[in-house]
Design a protein around this ligand. Structure first.
Ligand code: NAP
Ligand code: HSE
Length: 456
């Protein structure tokens, strides 16, 4: 058995009766991330022990189907099917939940916290939906509940917000926080793949959620934005109240038109306090200038742009999904918990960056009140007067056109045409009101499309 490496750590560990001990983990889930954790623990064992002062030992693994073919590095003798047993077992110091979903993950984490065990999780759905209860439980019992891997995979954004920016006020954040949707749009843009093929690739690479609907419809990014908003703005956030749009309505046609105007389409998550004391939180795809920093974040990379009142602008980018980057974040959390075990420093840093008693339930800005420029696409019968009618409706809603192109139509021997417009600044409520009317009056052959333009 290895001894803790650092001498001061050894002294404190001896004082606490921890000398010679290992940090013993129960691994709840052993899929993409769980297997990545085992690989990282094997390949980086030496450096981890040198940094932590004790080795990390896996004492049990819970999966759903033990008969599944697994990577040979998964020790078959440790594999069982009872996550709850790991949450209660005496020889587990840290429960590592990489199973995903709310049920039974929530009950397992609760049980672990009740039993005084520390928990590390990569589960953004759980932290966004039930984090308030769980984190309060952890705070009141003085155990650690860490979740670095829950947002932006391998990017240490949670630690940055919690610790590095502890003296600043965050005035805005924006970013790409879902690797799968960024991967899909990137592959559709760069390789001309269709949506289904790009999604299949992202799934094969281990980026997607077990149910990829959450990646595609914005649900996963919304979970992450809710977590970021709490850490950045000290806000209690009802995740379900955050407006979201997915990338499922972005077509290859939109990507091509955006490019003609000098834009790329990216899946964004945006948060900022407004002057009226509200929080503007949104998840949606948007056109951003090809020259902007987020435009160069391709594939499963993520990036989070933070504007600190004192710091100014700052960008962190890196792998947002995948086995090893995610495992790296999980194991760094385990190292942190291990250091706290050795020094007895649990809960020194509040998990949510702010003391729980100071968190505020700020009202969310209505998505209709958002003002900005828009990309609009209309599929129409190419008949005299249609363009004028559409322009009239837009004008009636105070939506003014800045640029327009038409493709297809009778001049090209086609009865249908596609009209694409970029607007001047308008309110989202007006734009959607105008589009509803245009579609209702049947000036179009299919639903009209609006995407926001963010200036990047
Ligand atoms: P995954 O590949 O689907 O693995 C899930 C694991 O949990 C599997 O081993 C599965 O068992 C096990 N499991 C599921 N339900 C169970 C149950 N009721 N009882 C016991 N075991 C159960 O998922 P993943 O991609 O590793 O993701 C795990 C978590 O990490 C999720 O919360 C996800 O959001 C998060 N995350 C993933 C990534 C990524 O890039 N993949 C990045 C950041 C965060 P079987 O093996 O028998 O099916
Ligand atoms: N499915 C998630 C994504 C995993 O694609 O971003 C990382 O949280």
């Amino acid at each position: 058995m290895n001894q803790p490496a650092d001498s001061a750590g050894v002294e404190r560990a001896v004082a606490k009766g921890l000398a010679g001990q290992r940090v013993r983990i129960g691994l709840v889930g052993c899929g993409v991330v769980g297997t990545g954790i085992l690989r990282l623990l094997r390949d980086n064992a030496e450096t981890i022990e040198a940094r932590l002062g004790a080795p990390i030992e896996v004492v049990g693994i819970a999966v759903r189907d033990p008969s599944k073919l697994r990577d040979p590095l998964v020790p078959a003798e440790l594999v069982g099917t009872d996550p709850m047993a790991l949450a209660t077992q005496d020889d587990v110091d840290v429960v590592v939940e990489v199973m995903g979903g709310l049920d039974p993950a929530g009950a397992v984490v609760k049980e672990a916290l009740e039993k005084g065990k520390h928990v590390v999780t990569a589960n953004k759905a759980l932290i966004a939906e039930e984090g308030e209860t769980l984190l309060e439980m952890a705070e009141s019992t003085g155990v650690d509940l860490y979740f670095e891997a829950a947002v932006a995979g391998g990017i240490p954004i949670i630690r940055v917000l919690r610790e590095a920016l502890a003296s600043d006020r965050v005035v805005a954040l924006s970013g790409i926080v879902n690797g799968t949707s960024n991967y899909i749009l990137s592959r559709m843009t760069s390789a001309g793949l269709d949506f289904a093929d790009a999604l299949a690739e992202a799934q094969a690479k281990g980026y997607a959620e077990a149910d990829p609907t959450l990646d595609i419809n914005g649900g996963d990014a919304r979970h992450k934005l809710a977590i970021l908003a709490t850490l950045a703005f000290g806000a209690r956030v009802d995740v379900h109240a955050i407006p979201m749009e997915g990338i499922d309505t972005v077509s290859a046609l939109d990507i091509a038109f955006a490019s003609r105007f000098g834009y790329v389409i990216k899946p964004l998550a945006i948060g900022r306090p407004t002057d009226d004391g509200e929080l503007d939180l949104r998840v949606h795809p948007a056109l951003i200038p090809e020259s902007s920093v987020l435009a160069s974040i391709h594939g499963a990379l993520n990036a989070v742009h933070i504007e600190g009142a004192m710091l100014g602008p700052s960008l962190m980018s890196g792998p947002g999904a995948g086995a090893l980057p995610t495992a790296m974040s999980v194991v760094s959390d385990i190292v942190d918990v291990g250091r706290n075990l050795i020094t007895g420093a649990h809960a020194r840093v509040p998990s949510r960056a702010f003391r729980g008693s100071t968190l505020q339930a700020l009202p969310l800005a209505s998505p209709k009140s958002h003002r900005g420029r828009f990309y609009l696409r209309f599929d129409v019968h190419d008949r005299t007067g249609v363009l004028g009618k559409i322009a009239n409706v837009l004008g009636g809603f105070d939506v003014s056109i800045e640029q327009m192109v038409q493709e297809g139509g009778q001049s090209e021997g086609n009865p249908h045409a596609t009209l694409v417009m970029l607007t001047h600044v308008a309110s989202a409520g007006d734009v959607h009101g105008a589009l509803e009317e245009i579609d209702r009056l049947q000036y179009t052959t299919g639903p009209s499309r609006a995407l926001r333009i963010e200036e990047g």
